[in-house]
Design a protein around this ligand. Sequence first.
Ligand code: NAD
Ligand code: MLT
Length: 314
Amino acid sequence: MGIIVNYRVLVSDPLAEEGLTILRDQVEVDVKTGLTEDQLIAIIDQYDALLVRSGTQVTAKVIEAGTHLKFIGRAGVGVDNIDTDAATRQGIIVANAPEGNTLAATEHTVAMMMALARNIPQANASVKRHEWKRSKFTGIEVNEKVLGVVGFGRIGKEVAKRAIAMNMRIVAYDPFISKEKAAEIGVEIMTMAELFTVADFITVHTPLMKETTHIINDASIATMKDGVRIINCARGGIIDEQALYRGLVSGKIGGAALDVYEHEPPTDSPLIELDQVIMTPHLGASTVEAQINVAISVAKQCLSVLSGGSARSA
Ligand code: NAD
Ligand code: MLT
């Protein structure tokens, strides 16, 4: 493959080498991570495309400064770190890599559910403090428990399939999925209010938007089963963290497993102090396989757009 006419691509978050190799074959690529907004603004007009993961905030100011930008690629699902309205105003194509990390996020969710059920992180920490407290960490089985899946898209569906294999009963809420479609894989669609009252475990898999902000709040927690366990490997802000904290401290909620937070990193969150909360640092997509998938996907889409094609046909 030859060079596509002097195009320059800036990669401002870590991207797997497999994606960089595809790009370097045809365009000039600079990898500059950890830039501040001002540093990015100072250099962005030298580039025709910008590729990011979730670290770079692609604000309206960055986009306005990017007078030569034709493409912004997000190596992952959520484009919430990109001002897509500003990009659209400037005629810049924004594309993500929605499928590449589905299984990574799915497996992380299942791992979090099992860790919650069996107190694995707490027990591990205890043994490493040279303790041997077997009864303290008695868990529960997921067998025959009800898993409530809010958001039955790519990840929600894959989580459900795996939970079915563990003999859980799956109920789901998603306004855009029909009862018939869900029933095909043995999942019962119900209202979110109903789901909250029947689930032993609740896992959220929606995007963060106005309709999904704080759907888990004081009022909805009050309707849940005593001891419910809640998992969020989707987006911070779907759960009201203050309400979650109150629910955990009161004992209404039995435990929570969080990969994402209202503020990342959640340095000041009181949730850190609670033993019954398991936390990972936004690791849902962090597998070798997923990072290769998303890097290849955005790299191909970037080259397609720069050579006059569309993003998805890449
Ligand atoms: P998806 O678009 O395939 O699924 C989202 C589902 O949410 C869709 O089926 C949609 O109909 C549904 N939905 C929309 N509005 C809703 C509402 N008001 N109530 C209930 N459901 C609603 O997305 P996905 O690939 O499954 O990703 C799900 C979430 O996981 C996203 O927020 C994504 O950013 C996040 N994610 C996080 C990680 C991580 O590292 N933790 C990794 C990948 C994805
Ligand atoms: C995503 O939206 O794809 C995830 O948050 C994962 C990530 O960007 O690392």
